[in-house]
Design a protein around this ligand. Structure first.
Ligand code: GLU
Length: 399
């Protein structure tokens, strides 16, 4: 066995990317797998954005750029933050990265250290706790019960804060639950956070994929939080640009500057052609996302209805944003299929993939092992087929 770096040795592959990779491998081997694992829109990147990339290529914009992004892109990001979130930032407070994920990892690494604690309300996206551990800090997972809509209760937050707590990651709409914080709820959380003087990181990746009107921003609700606040965002979901790898962070100059120094050492600028495409995405007409949301809305209805019709599944809350359902499968725990026992969401996901050819993600790495995540960023035909297969699988389980 080779000796690895202690922190790297302790991390696993991203559960979301691993689930998607297995489904892709099986498809390549000729197996017709239903794709409910991937967290990416099934729509194509809008033509105007592709055209901007073609232009950049034709103009030979193929060289290094400033590490944190070209000036026009940073201006476009500041423009977007003002237009969509009512937040004022200038170029020195913005870092563009190869995906929201890279921006998050670099900022988390820049801000936290051994001995620090970072609060992650769960269920939460699988990579946050890995990012925090890689920085040397400790993630403090605070479970948000389904009966409370998977939302962080301000009292529970107050109880989780210790003298070592230095940050919190808030995500609305949530991946994997689709939960959305109301303005009143954010205001109550902000009161606790202001007092505790933490780094508040707001992941806004799904902000445009909402079904009941715009989501309020915590830094708009409580502007004093912005002095120790970081916005994370990505173009992956709103503009169907997952493969292009472009995202950003915005926050106080010193924090963003430190993350940019790290980026200058471990990767450098985000792709130059992607940056040109991102400017068009952020500043051009914004109507494509609305069309995607209407398609997701219809699929959400179908998914909620079909999940609620599956024996052993429980989905009390209708997801208010993003494109995931996160039902519990409590009713199936202990049941068996061909000698394999369902002991948690991960074992169910494994059986669903290998026996029913339906790819989904087990809830374990989201901090909710009795759940599974189903993405409805796929066609209605695929969704119906997937649920037919799951129904037949569940019907064949044995006690
Ligand atoms: N955020 C998406 C997901 O949860 C993309 C995959 C990832 O990077 O985790 O599936």
């Amino acid at each position: 066995m080779i000796k690895l770096n202690r922190r790297i040795a302790a991390i696993k592959h991203s559960a979301t990317l691993a689930a998607d990779a297995r489904a892709t491998e099986m498809r390549a081997a000729g197996i017709d797998v239903m794709p409910l694992a991937a967290g990416e829109p099934d729509f194509d990147t809008p033509e105007r954005i592709k055209e901007a990339a073609r232009r950049a290529l034709a103009e030979g914009r193929t060289h290094y750029t400033p590490v944190s992004g070209i000036a026009e892109l940073k201006a476009a990001i500041c423009y977007k933050l003002k237009r969509d979130n009512g937040l004022d930032y200038d170029a020195g407070e913005v870092l563009a990265s190869a995906g929201g994920k890279q921006a998050e990892a670099n900022v988390i690494n820049a801000l936290f250290d051994e001995g620090d604690e970072v609060i992650i309300p769960t269920p939460a996206w699988v990579s946050f706790s890995a990012m925090v551990s890689l920085s040397g800090a400790q993630s403090v997972l605070v479970r948000c019960p389904e009966e409370q809509g998977f939302l962080l209760d301000p009292d529970r937050l107050a109880r989780a804060i210790t003298p070592q707590t230095r940050g919190i990651i808030l995500v609305s709409p949530s991946n994997p639950t689709g939960a959305v914080y109301s303005a009143t709820h954010l205001y109550e959380l902000a009161r606790v956070l202001l007092e505790a003087n933490l780094w508040v990181m707001s992941d806004d990746v799904y902000e445009h994929i909402v079904y009941d009107g715009p989501v309020p921003h915590i830094f708009q609700i409580e502007p004093r939080l912005k002095a120790r606040g970081i916005v994370f965002n990505s173009l992956s979901k709103a503009y169907a640009m997952t493969g292009w790898r472009i995202g950003f962070a915005a926050g106080p100059r010193e924090a963003i500057g430190a993350a940019a120094r790290l980026q200058s050492q471990n990767s450098g600028n985000p792709n130059s052609i992607t940056q040109a495409a991102a400017i068009e995405a952020l500043t051009g007409p914004q109507d494509e996302v609305g069309k995607m949301v209407e398609a997701f809305r219809a699929r959400r209805e179908l998914v909620v209805e079909r999940v609620r019709g599956l024996a052993g599944f429980h989905l009390p809350n209708v997801p208010q944003g993003a494109f995931y359902a996160f039902p519990s499968i409590n009713g199936l725990l202990g049941m068996k299929f061909r000698g394999k026992t369902i002991s948690d969401g991960d074992t169910f996901a494994e059986i669903a993939l290998t026996e029913a050819h339906v790819a989904l993600v087990g809830g374990n790495d989201f901090g909710a092992p009795e759940h599974v995540r189903l993405s409805y960023a796929t066609s209605r035909a695929n969704l119906n087929e997937a649920f037919d297969r799951l129904e037949s699988l569940v019907g064949r389980l044995e006690r």
